[in-house]
Design a protein around this ligand. Sequence first.
Ligand SMILES: [Zn+2]
Length: 289
Amino acid sequence: MPIVTTNELLIKAREGNYAVAAFNTNNLEYTQAIVQAASELHAPVIVAATEYELHYMGGYAFVAMVKAIARDVKIPIAIHLDHGPSYEEVIRCLRYGMTSVMYDGSLLPLEQNIANTRKIVEAAHACGVTVEGEIGVIGQAADAHEGEGAAIDADLVGLADPDECVQFVQETKVDSFAAAIGNAHGLYKRKPELHFELLDEIYGRTNTPLVLHGGTGIPTEDVQKAITKGVAKINFSTVMRKGVIEALRASLDANPNELNYMKLLAPATQRMVDIAKEHIIMCMSEGKA
Ligand SMILES: [Zn+2]
């Protein structure tokens, strides 16, 4: 079934007042679980990978895998680069055949972020690929492997400035963008406080679909409120990783003598299906394919 650009999905999501869930994948089982969950709920979905995840899977293998799995279902799927770190990496991803790329220049001075993003938008749009930008720094909350010591409070993360967002969108022509509104990646130490007035102002002034990163652990009511205010794509990564690792550990512990690899993986894959479904429902995209 159709492999589409992210923005084809996001435009419909804005019209229908829901968001499209984007899940990062690490391998075959992850991808099967994401696509199965979305297909069973008849929801559009975005399968994403960071540079690090692409390095693990191989860029061509990632794209070929998603396309092959998509053949068996009837939902629209976008193949997305998450947090592209450079012009070069984005160009490689265009060559791999992705339909959607993110360029994250949020750590750069605004003018440099704009210049780089604009160059990427020109190249991607020439290939019919849509682009997500980032403005304001979406930091890292505590991650499972880093422990509390490495945690940064979401409050300390730099919030996006609405004037800069307007300038960013006008000068880069990005299709969507991630704006820091109190969200963070990883596991939140405490309930994240999303700045809804800021979200209202940013969407009101840019009229461009917004992407919420760090979806793991944001309460459902806040996710859904953010959707009504312009968020059209929500990224989930940590929640899947945590779930699959816990399920895999339990499966290995429960079956110490099992030599059938597929049987050992099956409960972990099923856990990912369940988690993906839960978050698709949270995004209100069930039945929207
Ligand atoms: Zn992110």
